[in-house]
Design a protein. Structure first.
Length: 608
């Protein structure tokens, strides 16, 4: 969602602010702005729209100053307009604030401030914060103290960065439940809402705890905790490099990240496995694709480790009747580690008595810090809004966990463990094979030949309805395929367990409907074939995905069959999702959609 960048150094901060915001733009935004101290006053340039509009604005009306803050805004309170863009200032324009998150008691505070004579210029909750800091600063003449008093009266989630003409050699930073990272480079101090913005300048990163307030100068950080006591927060070295966060020769981050899946899987297979006591029962909490991964994890735990599990959508779990989870384990799954619903669900599970663990990609993220144990995904930075390697590494992490617990629980015999070992070793090669077969294939303008996926995408660029069907593990893969298509190509698609079709949705099947039938689960194949026949008989066009060995069984019933290498059924989600990601990608390109930054979406969803 929103992005924050702050710089305090010797040179003009504006280019670094713009560069940092550009690196954060993958998170999704609809307005951008910067504020710098020009030696006399605060210069603010902000605009609705893209970073290009901000650059144009800065070209027409340059701003210069060695200390500054910048922001990309994803609208929550108020429309994406120039005046709602951050930074926001107090009435005198002496204090500027950028903010990620939501101030929940904004309305009450706004009314109170209005009653005291404050006139608001925007609809944002952030402007309330700017006026509060100014009010407390007038009372205390101490900006840190004013910020502390402000965070004592606001509720909700926030990362705040504050600058003032009265203290032009420092930035103040506060956080609660919203990510913020601080870095010290060779000649400047930096603060940002996410690591990629800082990678060009430093890889030594300091993370704040909830309730901390930091004072950042050019070469030092001083942190006080929620009780006002000075504390040392350690610096960590980030092992991602800039190249990993750039798209290199790929046309988009999503394409790069799809292609990186075999190497991400290989990296994860080499990585240590989290050690924890084996739970008697598991509750997964996750959102979106991570929820789909957890549905697969639920199957893995039951089948391989004999452990019953439930998969819960985090935003629902948070508000269900809080029954005791004593003796159980809650596992949060999250690429970003910052999805607020997943974070809160995990916290709640802890309060309800569960042991906690998490499967996370981003080091030191909030979820990783709350969880009792963490399995890292080792996917490397994922920049495209739609997850690809994030999803496959989540699924693989779950498979490894289930195999480990199965071995320790004696639900898997030694020879089965051995066989699995062999299958996992083969996985990156099989993934590469599928990516080569169902990769780009020459769709681009003027190409004479067309690969299977781009050709299919061209023929099915705008079906009236798309159903993704599957049984067992294929149901979750179908859900992931439908979500990918929806979110990046804006084609409405829906996923169903194939057996559910007859209980209602089959009424929608007629000519012009596309059915993508996942048929990779061998034991369930006859049943899935029956469902394919049912939709064919009603006029649907059917694309089926199956293991190579089952191609003949499907050839007469489906209009088109995409085959995957023969492998254990449990590996199929990791292979079948690859052509589905590519299908969504090709349809999105044909429809002229922005694949890396689909409309209305944000990379890490830090508001409810
Ligand atoms: C879909 C997608 C989202 C995320 C969801 C959870 O392509 O990316 O559905 O999976 O927002 O995000 P994380 O894993 O960061 O918690």
């Amino acid at each position: 969602m929103c992005g924050i960048m702050g710089v305090i150094g010797r040179e003009n901060a504006v280019p670094k602010l713009v560069n940092g915001l550009q690196h954060l733009s993958y998170r999704g935004y609809d307005a951008a702005g910067v504020a710098v101290y020009n030696g006399n006053t605060l210069d603010i340039r902000k605009t609705a729209g893209t970073m290009d509009r901000l650059r144009d604005l800065l070209e027409g009306q340059p701003a210069e100053g060695s200390i500054g803050i910048g922001h990309t805004r994803w609208a929550t309170h108020g429309a994406p307009t120039d005046c709602n863009a951050h930074p926001h200032t107090d009435t005198d324009g002496r204090i500027a604030v950028v903010h990620n998150g939501i101030i929940e008691n904004e309305r009450v505070l706004r009314q109170r401030l209005a009653a005291e004579g404050i006139t608001f210029r925007s609809q944002t909750d952030t402007e309330v914060v700017a006026h509060l800091i100014a009010k407390f600063n007038r009372e205390t003449c101490d900006l840190r103290c004013a910020l502390r008093k402000t965070v004592e009266v606001i509720t909700g989630a926030y990362a705040l960065v504050v600058m003032s003409v009265d203290e032009p050699d420092r930035l103040y930073i506060a956080r609660k439940d919203s990510p913020i990272v601080i870095g010290l480079g060779k000649d400047a101090g930096y603060v940002a809402s996410d690591i990629p913005a800082l990678l060009p300048y430093t890889r030594d990163i300091l993370l704040l705890e909830d309730g901390d307030i930091a004072c950042l100068s050019q070469d030092a950080v001083n942190v006080t905790n929620k009780d006002g006591d000075e504390v040392q927060r350690p610096f960590r070295r980030i092992d991602w490099d800039q190249e990993a966060a750039d798209k290199g020769e790929h046309t988009s981050f999503m394409e790069k990240e799809m292609d990186e899946q075999p190497e991400a899987a290989a990296r994860l297979l080499e990585a240590p496995l989290v050690q924890s006591k084996i739970p008697s029962r598991v509750t997964f909490v996750a959102c979106g694709s991570a929820y789909h991964a957890s549905l697969i994890g639920k199957h893995y735990l039951a089948e391989l480790a004999g452990i019953p599990a439930t998969a819960e959508i985090a935003s629902e779990f948070r508000y269900e009747t809080p029954l005791s989870l004593d003796g159980q384990m809650a596992i949060a799954i999250s690429q970003s580690g910052e999805t607020v619903d997943t974070l809160m669900a995990l916290r709640q599970a802890k309060e309800r008595g569960a042991d906690t663990a998490a499967i996370v990609n981003v080091q030191d993220s909030s979820i990783a810090r709350v969880a009792g144990a963490v399995q890292w995904m080792h996917a490397g930075p994922e920049i495209a809004v739609a997850t690809t390697k994030g999803f496959t590494t989540q699924v693989l992490a779950l498979l490894r966990l289930a195999l480990d617990w199965g071995r320790k629980n004696d639900t898997l015999r030694a020879n089965e463990v051995q066989e699995w070992h062999g299958s996992l070793k083969e996985l990156p090669r099989l993934m590469r094979e599928v990516l080569v077969k169902y990769g780009n294939g020459g769709l681009r303008e003027g190409a004479e030949e067309c690969g299977a996926v781009p050709c299919f995408a061209r023929q099915n660029i705008a079906p009236r309805l798309v159903f993704f069907l599957g049984r067992g593990l294929d149901t979750a893969t179908a859900m992931e395929g439908a979500l990918k298509l929806k979110e990046i190509s804006y084609q409405h698609a829906t996923a169903y367990p194939a057996g559910e079709l007859k209980h209602g949705p089959i009424a929608l099947i007629e000519n012009d409907v596309l059915v993508v039938a996942l048929a990779t689960q061998r034991e369930l194949l006859p049943k899935t074939i029956s469902n394919i026949r049912e939709v064919k008989a009603r006029g649907a066009r059917v694309l089926a995905l199956c293991q190579q060995q089952d191609e003949a069984a499907l050839a007469n019933d489906a209009d088109e069959v995409w085959t995957l290498p023969n492998a254990p059924d449990c590996l199929m989600p990791l292979l079948a999702v690859l052509p589905l990601q590519r299908l969504a990608y090709e349809v999105a390109l044909l429809r002229g959609c922005s694949v890396d930054k689909p409309r209305n979406l944000a990379k890490s969803v830090t508001v409810e």
